[in-house]
Design a protein around this ligand. Structure first.
Ligand code: FAD
Length: 286
């Protein structure tokens, strides 16, 4: 099934993300995790892709297993470190496994990379190529607090518009912890004429270490309300986990209540976190 048909429906869409292992010895463990999350019957599941392409085989194989389990997979695909030939091979591979949805990304620029002569500079170039290949529903990434390389939000949204004009049918946001940031972003997108559906990305923070690392990489702001939670429960892992899940649940309920009908949970290969969120929302997503 195409993701655009899932997220455009009346029913709220709740999806989860998994990341593949770096090495083959962990594959079975990650696959079991993905299938455990799949048993929650999410609207779809995304599988990330290593920027260097090292885990591309695993991304496609996990996607194929999800499909067999009856859950629609969304395979991430990055282009910055790839040649055109390699991308064509990846697209063939996904097609041969019956995967119909791709989140097309540039990927982070590896330290010290010489960008002269690369086959791809931006995700929009990858998106155009997937459109030409044909048969996939294509999504892209967006950043309610701006992409870290952008000068300002106006330029970032202009670039986002190019992405949509290239054939991106829906957008998934970077995580955010204050819903007002998303509502403001959606208003700016609509003013700029970006009218594809936006899936809100929610990260349940379940340990204090995770938050420092994540916020420094993504430049995501932490509201004082959440800082207080980390201050109070950061040293108590079980309490922190409970508070983080409750915070994410509250964010999701507020999003659904305000008309954001598609939420993607960065479940970080934690089936118990996904299960808890699903349980908290059981009547809401029915
Ligand atoms: P782009 O859309 O190419 O944008 C990158 C920067 O270039 C932005 O600042 C943009 O404003 C600018 N730009 C875009 N087009 C133009 C143009 N034509 N001219 C000038 N400037 C332009 N990384 C992974 O390695 N694997 C994953 O699986 C993965 N999944 C992700 C999922 C989501 C939902 C998100 C939000 C991010 C994910 N990332 C992943 C991280 C992502 O690869 C990085 O954030 C990367 O730095 C940017 O990717 P992009 O596709 O948004 O890039």
């Amino acid at each position: 099934m195409k993701i655009i048909d899932i997220i455009k429906g009346e029913k709220p869409s709740l999806s989860y993300e998994v990341f593949p292992p770096k090495t083959s010895d962990n594959f079975d463990k990650v696959l079991a995790t993905a299938l455990e999350i799949a048993s929650l019957n999410p609207s779809y599941m995304s599988v990330t892709y290593g920027a260097g392409g090292g885990t591309s085989e695993y991304t496609a194989n996990i996607g194929e297993a999800l499909l067999k389990k009856g859950v629609t997979p969304l395979s991430h695909l990055t282009c910055i470190s790839s040649s055109k030939e390699r991308i064509q091979q990846e697209l063939q591979k996904l097609r041969s496994k019956g995967i119909e949805n791709i989140l097309a990304l540039r990927g982070d620029i590896p330290d010290g990379m010489n960008r002269d002569g690369l086959d791809y500079r931006y995700s929009s170039e990858l998106i155009a190529e997937i459109v030409e290949f044909g048969g996939f529903c294509i999504g892209g990434a967006c950043y309610p607090e701006n992409h870290p390389e952008s000068y300002n939000s106006k330029t970032d949204i202009e670039n986002l518009k190019l992405k949509v004009e290239s054939g991106c049918e829906f957008l998934t946001t970077q995580m955010f912890f204050d819903n007002n940031i998303l509502y403001n972003f959606l208003y700016r997108l609509s003013k700029a004429g970006v009218d594809v559906p936006v899936v809100a990305g929610i990260m349940p923070i379940t340990n204090a270490k995770q938050i420092k690392r994540i916020c420094s990489i993504s430049q995501t702001a932490l509201p004082q309300r959440f800082v207080r939670i980390v201050d109070r429960y950061g040293d108590n892992p079980l309490a922190m986990k409970q508070a983080g899940i409750a915070y994410a649940t509250e964010q999701i309920i507020d999003l659904f209540a305000n008309g954001v009908n598609a939420v993607h949970v960065y479940s970080m290969n934690n089936p118990d976190v996904a299960a808890e969120i699903n349980k908290n929302l059981s009547e809401i997503i029915k």
